[in-house]
Design a protein around this ligand. Structure first.
Ligand code: UD1
Length: 345
């Protein structure tokens, strides 16, 4: 199993899940928003070694091809990519190049090596401002920023490849808001620089690394005026990926599934839950809305429950407890942790 972005937030938790279930795991990552220090922790939790780790940019076709030459890869989980909404509006070329160009480079290598099974990390942000209530997979895509547009372009490319070439089986997983951490406290979300996302920001306020949370918008048409999202524990998310690997052969072509809890939580509900889990006060100010944000995004994830029997098993209290544990065990993130030797090209 090849995991691209295997040192990242989702990727690292996925590696543990796959190792725990007996898979041989090969990782490629360029560490642009992650660190090699995460991989010894993955191995420590799983009690097994990752098969090989390659430091490479997903767009580097020669380096990628060499990985496929060296290992008998049967399927790929493609988590590598850029994922921040705000920066994508300032750096659209980087987002299209990495997310679309990275996907086509990967497809090229897969194709050349006869690998036709892919799990693709997609996102609920492709739904844009679709309105209130749970959204199912038939909700029309209307991406409102280059990040979402790049992921949507990736889905369209994959759908077309599957339409033309019947040997391909692609499972697109549209994540809502994956958050939380491994219950060991060894793995979690450790973004480079100040966090863009709510949960790591709240955790850093609780530990004192950031002074106050800025709550973006108090005038949304929601219960308490703050924006509502569907927060999914990362352990539930990676379990869905692992289950996906058993379902490539169910039907030909590409299939798309939402991954979410199906319950919306406002920013202030998240703040209250994190305060409760940490026993710390989270000071905040309500400031103007963040450009590009929408009022509400909640999943209708009944398709994946129906087809695969996957349902999230953890709730917001579990998310906050595990994210807080990670923050306490790693007040400065992964900085200073031991590195694992990686292979370079
Ligand atoms: C976005 C993307 C999602 C992507 C995710 C990970 C959209 C609609 N969603 O999620 O596809 O997978 O990023 O990068 O594009 N908030 C604050 N203060 C903060 C940070 C966030 O109030 O300091 C609020 C936001 O306004 C939002 C909520 O918290 O209402 C969640 O924000 P965030 O964690 O950044 O995720 P999304 O923007 O929902």
């Amino acid at each position: 199993m090849l995991v691209t972005g295997g040192a990242g937030f989702i990727g690292s938790h996925l590696c543990v899940e796959l190792l725990d279930h007996g898979y041989e795991v090969i990782v490629v990552d360029d560490y642009s928003n992650s660190t090699p220090q995460v991989l010894p922790r993955v191995e420590r939790i799983a009690g097994r070694f990752v098969g090989a780790v390659y430091e490479l940019d997903i767009r580097d076709r020669r380096a990628l091809s060499a990985v496929f030459d060296r290992h008998a890869v049967d399927a790929v989980v493609h988590c590598a990519g850029l994922k921040a909404v705000g920066p994508s509006t300032r750096m659209p070329v980087e987002y299209y190049d990495t997310n679309v160009g990275g996907l086509t480079a990967l497809l090229r290598s897969m194709h050349d090596h006869g690998v036709h099974q892919l799990v693709y990390s997609s996102t609920c942000s492709i739904y844009g401002d679709a309105g209130r209530g749970p959204l199912d997979e038939d909700t029309p895509a209307q991406p409102t920023n280059p990040y979402a547009a790049s992921k949507w372009l990736g889905e369209q490319i994959l759908a077309d490849v599957c339409l033309r070439r019947h040997e391909y089986a692609v499972l697109c997983l549209r994540y809502f808001n994956p958050v939380g951490a491994h219950p060991s406290g060894l793995l979690g979300e450790d973004p480079a620089g100040d966090p863009d996302n709510l949960m790591p920001y709240v955790a850093q306020v609780a530990i004192g690394r950031q002074e106050r949370l800025r709550v973006f918008g108090g005038d949304y048409p929601t219960g308490d005026g703050t924006a509502v999202r569907d927060y999914l524990h990362v352990m539930d998310a990676v379990e869905a990926h692992r289950i996906a690997l058993d379902h490539f052969a169910d039907a030909p072509g590409m299939r798309v599934y939402n991954l979410g809890v199906g319950r919306g939580r406002s920013v202030l509900e998240v703040v209250a839950a994190f305060s409760e889990a940490s026993g710390r006060t989270i000071p905040y100010d309500i400031v103007p809305r963040r450009p590009g944000d929408v009022a509400e995004l909640v999943a209708d994830a009944s398709a994946v429950a129906f087809d695969w029997g996957w349902r999230p098993r953890r709730d917001l209290a579990d998310v906050c407890r595990d994210a807080w544990r990670f923050q306490q065990v790693n007040p400065h993130g992964y900085a200073g942790a031991a590195r694992r030797p990686t292979q370079k090209h």
